[in-house]
Design a protein around this ligand. Sequence first.
Ligand code: A2P
Length: 269
Amino acid sequence: MTAPSMTTPAPDNVFAETVTEVEHYTDRLFRFRITRPASFRFRSGEFVMIGLPPRTEGDRPVFRAYSIASPSWDDTIEFYSIKVPDGPLTEHLQKIQPGDTIWMRKKPTGTLVLDALLPGKTLWMISTGTGFAPFASLVRDPEAYAKFEQIIVTHTCRNSDELTYSKTLINDVLNDPLVGEMADGRLHLVAATTQQDSPLMGRVTTMMDDGTLYEQLNRGPLDRADDRVMICGSMAMLKDVKDRVEAMGFVEGANSAPGDFVVERAFVD
Ligand code: A2P
């Protein structure tokens, strides 16, 4: 149990919320849900700082940026996390259980939001590892289907086990009473591994270069006229994907000036 041995009141800019659900996928990955404060508003795709209350006198809480994996309409808040051995936050966070307290700063932010993109026909969400988390939020948001005709999510991990969360989630979305009807025939997942045999293997950058990505989807290459792109993964992955879309003429967007693509790193590593 990670329950604090003392109870410290949360600072004014922090919500103290209760863990409601925890699911472990591998020894490196898990997801959890917490209660949602009534006053907490965010846009699907944003991130927020989370931490654990101090466990002993003088213990300073460690906060890390986490993408919110649940959509903006949901009653509880979901996060998808890596477990870093000796990571200042995740070494404790990976042990949380329902009933434990999580601290969450009150102000969400981020660029992987629909408002930061110009109108288009197809929305691409390109992710590796826990970079799938913000897309878990966006694919469950009806606004994404109102704004785009097609949504293509790519998720690349080292091993098949690491694809369980994304594969299960996309399948659940397609069968969901609220979003399923909108997503039917319009939401596509391209799931690939790089270090273990699976039906589709290779880095997304390699698949962009050799056209495998587009063959999987029976369509032509990315085109600035109709396609918009969101990218989330490690620093190296962001750079490599960004270089490719920029070479195709795509212009980076921000909340203040929407564009053709947006980038956010999967923070905790
Ligand atoms: P690879 O196994 O070839 O390194 P990680 O767990 O290290 O963040 O990696 C998650 C996934 O992202 C892995 O499949 C990894 O492939 C892939 N990856 C790592 N770096 C890049 C990159 N620069 N461009 C594209 N994919 C990458």
